[in-house]
Design a protein around this ligand. Structure first.
Ligand code: SAT
Ligand code: MN
Length: 613
């Protein structure tokens, strides 16, 4: 479709302005067809960026290798450009919006020379659903177009919903590598140097401008930029929740169903948890979403969640038939792989895939030939696949996708989980004493930084409130207030008992030998079963200063977990918690200044008192 055929005058004008600024060789409005997807892949094959995988082993699938400077989200280069700096808050980078637009306009000037500008109309959430939001992304990357085809609903059907004057979030994206006459990418991943990358959000005008990166959340703008950073602002203004949460459906042996959402920082196993195969007999887990949940109150006072995405952008290393068989099934065909190893027989490979690589040689994520590894482990820094290598796969290919995953009304949520990677202090599971106590728990989430972000903090524990640290589009203190308000609204409506119960989980506790005590993966179903029962007021529990914990016999021990291990997993480390609370008081909460809700200070005082009591 041509730009001149666009029926939405605001959209047409915006595209024309972008065209005048970025001066691409041509403009194409995407229709979202299968033929279009194939064309995008073909273009990247011809420019030497994509390798087609063996048609018998991995039908319809391709592998890309990105630039070493462009392998993950760039938090240092991500901006919330609200009019007032205070509205971005202490956890976001801020630049004055007018100044940032000036800087970026200069970068965008002529940035698409030699390339095609693609216009992608996309819907986050089922097309036409009341909860869904429409965005339009302009990009010069056919790789991004193909990924957006999988991750969102794209094309003409979205334009139909938009009509002549519908609301959309305008999203600019350019990889920032114009081509001179006759120049081709020729196998080199196009992007700009780190210091020229900008992932910018203008919350007041609901705009997204991204420049210089072609990777993941920096470039697939429906995901973190729209569905979290901009959506969190919309949710605050409109009274709902846009969260960095998986959504799972769990059925007990009696056939009773509950839906649970869980917030964990990037690369902490959300995809694995959302798709887990329970080791507990008779229990079943199905997937509604693996990364983002949008939740609104229903007429019955319950919170209903939808998954705004249509695919999985999952971390490849560590994914295997033991850790996540459903993901392995989901990526058997029609999948885009990025920064994985390439085997001699034309398939992908990564660390912890469950087996060594076939043949004599393998090509690593940098494109170098290396001896094929015999085992599935590599020394740190010498990985064949980048630690943040990813697969992009359609959600409908997942064997355990729940039948209601695209229900526009969403699914009613019974429990929220919060968690992170915490080697010490935090127990296996802990239920909050109240909504406010739960908000307090969410506000102090800490986790070891993973390879999902380019950072020199990888491996260190940092506070990541609600797992939203890199994704909250406004002042985090106000975000805490918003959560408190959600609880208060339910109270005022007499529906506080319908609110989800809140739990803190930690699969990552380590012993003195630095080994994980809890086996995780499918065995996490034992913890989910206790949570399920607690939602019905059942499940053996004990009241402690930090919250409600299972009694030592409430969760049946999996193989390899001794009685002493279980005691350690459920131990309330009073001294450790005192330090934790002191750190919150001294280092974490003061960051938010007068934007920190008084209710959270009261919770902090209360837990401190209980710990000293
Ligand atoms: O932001 S990405 O989509 O690249 C992945 C993540 O950090 O969860
Ligand atoms: Mn995520």
């Amino acid at each position: 479709m041509k730009v001149s055929e666009l029926k939405h005058s605001g959209l047409k004008k915006w595209v024309e302005e972008a065209q005048a600024l970025m001066t691409p060789d041509a403009v194409l409005v995407c229709d979202g067809s299968a033929a279009e997807y194939d064309r995008m892949i073909k273009i990247t094959i011809d420019s030497g960026l994509a390798t087609v995988l063996d048609e018998n082993k991995r039908p319809g699938s391709v592998l890309y290798r990105s630039d070493p400077s462009d392998v993950a989200r760039v938090e240092d280069r991500t901006y919330i450009a609200s009019k007032n700096k205070d509205d971005a808050g202490p956890t976001n980078n801020w630049i004055d919006p007018a100044e940032l637009k000036k800087t970026m306009s200069a970068l965008y000037k002529g940035s698409m020379k030699g390339r095609v500008m693609y216009v992608i109309p996309f819907s986050m959430g089922p097309v036409g659903s009341e909860i869904a939001k429409v965005g339009v992304q302009i990009t010069d990357s056919p790789y991004v177009v193909a990924n957006m085809h999988i991750m969102a609903r794209v094309g003409s059907k979205v334009l139909d919903v938009l009509g002549t004057d519908g609301f959309f979030v305008p999203c600019f994206h350019s990889v920032g590598k114009p081509l001179a006459a006759g120049e081709k990418d020729n196998g080199t991943w196009p992007c700009a140097p780190i210091s020229n990358k900008y992932i910018s959000h203008f919350p007041e005008t609901r705009e997204i401008w991204s420049y210089g990166s072609g990777y993941g959340g920096n470039a697939l703008l429906g995901k973190k930029c729209l569905a979290l950073r901009i959506a969190s602002v919309l949710a605050r203004d409109e009274g709902w929740l846009a969260e960095h949460m998986l959504i799972l459906k769990i059925t007990n042996p009696q056939g009773e169903v509950k839906y649970i959402t869980g917030a964990f920082p990037s690369a902490c196993g959300k995809t694995n948890l959302a798709m887990l195969i329970p080791t507990l007999p008779g229990w079943k887990v199905e997937t509604v979403g693996d990364d983002i949940a949008w939740m609104k109150f229903g007429k019955d006072g319950r919170l209903y969640a939808i998954n705004p995405e249509a695919g999985f952008f999952g971390v490849a290393p560590g994914t295997n038939n033991e850790s996540n068989r459903n993901a392995m099934e989901s990526i058997k065909k029609n999948t885009i792989f990025t920064n994985c190893g390439l085997t001699e027989d034309g398939d992908i490979w990564w660390e912890m895939i469950g087996h060594g690589a076939p043949g004599k040689e393998i090509i690593d994520w940098k494109g170098n030939r290396r001896p094929a590894p015999q085992s599935d482990k590599s020394p740190k820094g010498e990985e064949i696949a980048h630690p943040n290598a990813r697969f992009t796969a359609p959600a409908r290919q997942c064997p355990c996708i729940a039948k209601e995953w695209e229900d526009p009304a969403g699914v009613p949520i019974s429990a929220f989980l919060f968690g992170g990677r915490r080697p010490k202090t935090v127990p296996l599971v802990n239920q909050s004493k109240s909504w406010l106590h739960g908000v307090f728990m969410g506000s102090i989430v800490g986790s070891e930084v993973t390879a999902a972000v380019i950072s020199d903090q990888v491996g260190q524990v940092r506070r990541d409130p609600f797992a939203m640290l890199p994704f909250c589009g406004y002042n985090m203190g106000d975000y805490f207030k918003h959560w408190i308000k959600i609880g208060r609204t339910a109270e005022e409506n007499g529906t506080a008992d319908k609110l989800p119960k809140i739990f803190f989980v930690n699969w990552f506790r380590k012993n003195d030998e630095d080994k994980f005590i809890w086996p995780g993966y499918g065995e996490n179903s034992r913890v989910l079963a206790w949570i399920f029962d607690r939602c019905d007021g059942k499940g053996k529990s004990v009241d402690t200063p930090i919250g409600t914990l299972p009694t030592p016999d409430a969760i049946e021990r999996p193989a390899g977990v001794s009685e002493a291990d279980m005691a350690e997993l459920l131990r309330v480390d009073i001294e450790g918690w005192k330090k934790e609370i002191e750190d919150v008081r001294k280092n974490h909460y003061p960051k938010f200044g007068d934007r920190l809700p008084a209710e959270l200070k009261t919770e902090l005082d209360a837990i401190e008192k209980r710990l000293h009591g």
